[in-house]
Write a protein that binds this ligand. Sequence first.
Ligand SMILES: Nc1ncnc2c1ncn2[C@@H]1O[C@H](COP(=O)(O)OP(=O)(O)OP(=O)(O)O)[C@@H](O)[C@H]1O
Ligand SMILES: [Mg+2]
Length: 251
Amino acid sequence: MIRLSNIEKRFGDVTVLKGVTLTVAEGRVTALIGPSGGGKSTLLRCINLLEVPTSGSVRIGEEELTFHPGSKPNWPDVRRLRSQTGMVFQNFQLFPHRTAVENVMEGLVTVQKWPFGKAQERAMTLLQKVGMAHKADAWPATLSGGQQQRVAIARALAPFPRVLLCDEPTSALDPELSDEVVDVLGKLAEEGTTMVMATHDLRLASKIAHEVVFLESGQVVENGASRDLFSRPTRERTKRFIATLTQQGQH
Ligand SMILES: Nc1ncnc2c1ncn2[C@@H]1O[C@H](COP(=O)(O)OP(=O)(O)OP(=O)(O)O)[C@@H](O)[C@H]1O
Ligand SMILES: [Mg+2]
């Protein structure tokens, strides 16, 4: 289980997250939606502590950290919590001078100190899962965006994270390439991978998310089961936002 309690994040004088509380059950997929600047990426980055929350607490499984304004958490605690997460970025962020399989192995070998052979075996299993085993020795620059993102997903999954965090995983991709990434994420969701993803892609959210959280101006406006929230949002603001997404999807 992942539990964010009353997360506040300030950058200087600006409060970007204003007390966000959220629970994600094991094996469930939560989509974060909402207008640009609403705090989706910041919230994801607060889960893996790429950003340190100003206050509030983050719990992933048995690990929990509480934050206080002006005090820094200690690094081993941050590392322990972060190691429970895997992150997928909009722009893939593969290492350009490593092949696909080396990208997937990198963290296992350098951070987790796995033996080379075992890391390679794990990497190949994951490349297989995302349909990229045939490109194991390819350089990222020779892969399409959809292929790069699938390698990035394999890399994020390599150390057995408890939760996969995805920040706009399809938004840098053409519709066709986006489909192959949606398929892979859908398969992972069916297998029970716990995921939290920020997305503007209504198809992605409605296809694989169990829960949807609508975030605006650093606050949760509405959340609920995706089938309810997309078809019968209760808040006027959510209705308008979903209507805009639906129109965009038709172009
Ligand atoms: N490092 C930072 N320093 C200062 N302000 C920041 C920083 N990171 C984010 N912000 C601000 O926090 C707010 C929320 O940004 P965030 O990127 O989380 O929004 P978002 O919902 O992911 O938007 P988008 O849909 O465009 O990706 C924005 O006003 C942004 O300018
Ligand atoms: Mg964002």
